[in-house]
Design a binder for this molecule. Structure first.
Ligand SMILES: Nc1ncnc2c1ncn2[C@@H]1O[C@H](COP(=O)(O)OP(=O)(O)OP(=O)(O)O)[C@@H](O)[C@H]1O
Ligand SMILES: [Mg+2]
Length: 276
């Protein structure tokens, strides 16, 4: 028997097809959203793996530092102390002048390295006090400005008035600023500009250090906070600067981010929580 289809039948069919098409589109959209979510989750996972690796390395260095640095600290103090006394009494024309002043200089370097390593040692308790961030920055800049001037680098400050005081260790935070400035200066061998700012942003005090230097390529960026990672030649950098910065910021319950455009410059942004 022949079946007759009316126009109405076709319309119903057409409507069904349109509805199906829409359903299909919706499914497609959901699939795209789901896979984007998956990609994001994967990225998050990768990030937290990197962070875990980072802190595992940190604690390995921390343990090593705790033991070795303490042992080296005292003999180094003796060497430096005697070298300083000798350097003061010896005349410039004396044949031992150069060796003695060299011993003094290098002993200073070792002491600094040991002090850096000791900061990693988590056993060393950090004492926190109500701290004025602008004063910390000014203190650090007094030290960094001499080097900056020699290297043709201008330091421009933009420090917000009446920043709330935060609970912090001012010595350690000064070291953070100095290390960031040193790196910035190193990144601008032909001279340039460092902009340093401090402002209140929500529940945080935000410090930014920006340079107009050579920038950090993406491949390198992922390693810069690792202890002993350096791109500088032997004898110039130990690769402890930024890992120390990272460690200190962590101890202050803060965060640090870096943005960089090779050839243009780099910005380090630190956020430190304001106590409530
Ligand atoms: N402002 C910057 N511009 C360009 N590269 C930078 C900057 N800051 C850091 N880097 C890169 O990150 C690396 C690690 O920096 P970090 O301060 O930890 O060690 P370092 O400066 O090499 O040595 P150290 O600080 O121990 O003397 C540097 O070698 C450099 O490649
Ligand atoms: Mg450095």
């Amino acid at each position: 028997m022949e079946q007759k289809y009316t126009k109405k039948d076709f319309d119903v069919l057409l409507n069904k097809i349109v509805a199906l098409e829409e359903l299909l589109k919706e499914y497609e959209q959901t699939t795209i959203e789901q896979s984007n979510l998956l990609i994001q989750k994967n990225k998050d996972l990768e990030n937290s793996q990197t962070l875990m690796l980072q802190s595992a390395k940190m604690s390995a260095v921390g343990q090593l530092a705790g033991g070795v640095a303490h042992e080296i600290n005292n003999p180094m103090g003796v060497i430096l102390g005697f070298a300083q006394i000798m350097a003061k009494t010896i005349k410039e024309q004396d044949p031992y002048f150069l060796p003695v002043t060299s011993i003094e200089r290098e002993a200073h370097r070792c002491k600094k390295l040991v002090a850096d390593l000791l900061t990693f040692s988590r056993t060393g308790k950090t004492t926190m006090e109500k701290t004025n961030i602008n004063a910390v920055i000014e203190g650090a800049l007094t030290l960094s400005e001499t080097l900056a001037r020699i290297k043709n680098v201008d330091i421009i400050r933009s420090l917000e008035n009446n920043l709330p005081e935060i609970s912090a260790n001012s010595n350690q935070l000064q070291q953070v600023i100095i290390n960031l400035c040193n790196n910035a200066i190193d990144a601008m061998p032909e001279g340039g500009e460092i902009r340093i700012s401090a402002k209140k942003s929500g529940a945080y005090v935000e410090i930014e250090v920006t340079d107009t230097g050579k920038g950090i390529p993406d491949k390198i960026k992922q390693h810069i906070f690792e202890p002993f990672f350096t791109t500088k030649e032997v004898g110039k950098g130990t690769g402890l600067g930024l890992s120390l910065v990272y460690e200190i910021v962590q101890k202050h319950n803060g965060t640090i981010e870096v943005e960089s455009e090779p050839g243009k410059g780099t910005t380090f942004k630190i956020k430190l929580p304001i106590d409530r």
